[in-house]
Structures are given as C-alpha cells and as structure tokens.
Ligand binder design. Sequence first.
Ligand SMILES: Cc1ncc(COP(=O)(O)O)c(C=O)c1O
Length: 371
Amino acid sequence: MTAIRAEFPLLETCVYLNSNSTGAVPRAAQAVLTDYWQTLRTWRDDVWQGWHEGLDRYADGLAAFIGAPPGSVVTDANLSTLLARIASCFDYRAPRNRIVTTDREFPTIPFVWRAASRYGAHLDEVGDGGPRIDQDALEERIDERTLLVCVPHASFSSGATVDLARLVKHAHDAGALVVVDAFQSVGIMPLDVTALGVDFVLGGSHKWMCGVGTAFLYVRPDLAPTLRPAATGWQAGDRALTFQPSTGFAPGAQRFAGGTPYPLTSLISQIGLDLLAGVGIDAIRKHSLACTDRILARAGAAGIPVVSPVEPHRRGGVVCLDVPDGEAVKRRLAARDMICSWRGYLRIGPHIYNTLDEVDRFMDALEDECR
Ligand SMILES: Cc1ncc(COP(=O)(O)O)c(C=O)c1O
C-alpha cells in the first residue's frame, strides 16, 4: 500500500476520495510528458510508427484487463464519440427499433440515443426516478421490439450495479444486443467481457483507471465484422496506414476508429493501467469494499442517509450520501483538503491508493460539517 501511494503525488496534498469523478494520475506521467515534448521538439515523421504502437499497446492492455482478446478494443477521445459510432451501425427498422435503457444513466447515454431517433430509434427509459436500478422492471421491458439494451455496469449517480450476466442472457434470449457503460466500474470492479458474452462495452481512463483523456470501446469479436459504422473516418478502413483508399472496414474493433488518433493520452494512461493490472482487480475490489463498508458503517452511526445500495454485490466503488445542503458541505470539505464530489448526493469514491485511516479522517470531517 505504501508503495502504491508513493506513485500518486496528489495524495500528498489532500484526502482524495474522488476517483469516481477524476482519478489520481501516477507520477510517471511527468516523464511521458517530458518525453512527448522532446518528440515534438525534434519532430520526424517516423514518430508515428512508435505512436501507433503505443496506441495499440494501450488498447490491447485494456482488452487484457477486461478479459478480451487483442484487437477487440479501440480507443478514442471520449465515450460519447464511441457510443455515437455504435448508434450509427443500425437502421432502426420497425418493429425492432427500441433502445431499452435506465433512468440512472450518465446524461450522454440518453442524449446520444435520442439523437438517433431521427433515424427511427425509439428510446425506452426504465426507472422510477430513485437511486436504484430495478433489474426486474428493466428486463420486463425487453422484448421482440428491442434492438439494444444500454445499461451502466455501475451508475454514476448512485453506484447501483446491474447484474450483467443475468441481463446479457435475458437480452440475448430476446434477440437484443447489450451495450454496457462501464466507465464507473472498469478499474474498481471485476469485469470479464468474454465470460459475460456482452456485445459492446464502453469505458474511459480518467476515473478508476488512473489515466487521462481517453475512452475505449470493446466489441464482441464475432459481432464486429457484421457492423459498419456510418459515423467513421479513415482510420477505420482496411488500408488506413498505407494511405491508399480503403476497400472496406478494418477487421475487429479498429473499424470503430475515426480520424487521426491522439497518442499522448494513451501513453500517459498506460502507466495507470499497468499499475492496476499489477495489483490485480480482485485485490482492488476487496480493498474498495473494505473502504466503502467503512463509509457505510460511519454514515449509519452518524445517522446520515445512504443512497447507494448497501449489499456488496449491488454497489460499485462509490457511496452516495444524502447530506442536507450537500453541495455547500462538499465545498467546505474541499477547503479542509477533503475531496469528494456532489451530483445531487455527496459521492465518496475511495480507490486502491486510499487507506482506511483516510476514510475515517474524511468521515470525521463530514460529521463535523453536518453538525
Ligand atoms: C457512467 C459514465 N459514463 C460516461 C461518462 C463520460 O462520458 P464522456 O467520455 O463522453 O464524457 C461518465 C463521466 O464522466 C460516466 O460517469
């Protein structure tokens, strides 16, 4: 633990329990930035070769991290871009034109699917406005009209999780594909996309993955060759790096690429990925549950209402608390160098680099501020 903490200079400045919003970045990022500037300062065109290798290494490293084969993950600037590429693969011909989703999504999810309504997509949002995800209600809405089911693995606003194994089976039995927004789970919860048989998984680097500025898409390898994104770019073509006109799409997830990639964010994010892979996701999850258990126990003892599910298998890496005047409380905590976020509820997101002692100090301060 001491060795891991030493990799994150941010921890020297505050109690940082905000990894569900923006994760801490390892100190080795500084060397990558310096090296990047050296590259720009002495620019030659063959740098691109090494940059492409760096981009592929990060994408394949992410694939290994989520139990997927090489070539099944592509990266881009953000999750929204990649989701829009998924949305551009379908013709939404009735009757199978429905997208079933929950009301616990990050705002980009319904935004992208609503935009697809001009092509015939029909968005069906399931939920009662509360913090939990009612998986029975969700599955009841999946039928022969459902083209895609789009769910979070863990909700950004409450930490509530979806049982993906159960959902994928149910959706596939109905002939629907499954898109998972795993931004709030990859890096803090185990996820084996091959074992799940899930069709698409989206995530990003700047929260639990200890990276910056890049997102990723996994596409099920046997599904990818059947898909032709209309929102595309030359890097998705089968002859992209020859600079000849492509004759078709690249195999694998690369067909979900766009234009010229931006390597710096993958190069930096590689450091966090290697660090997390070195610890192992099972050890990370164990530590995360110990920390969130402590938050739940302290909140219970202090009489602070808990919004997140309390059962370990139903919660992700974050605990949300319903604190009166929460936004102001968050600001006062920040003034004491106790960092968390507020999205309707106070969100507390400890990671592998936090200690139980930090959790206790944070909860002491929170109790103090709530008095
Ligand atoms: C669950 C979830 N999905 C998506 C995003 C972000 O999407 P994008 O990369 O398009 O900004 C976030 C947070 O920023 C998130 O918490």
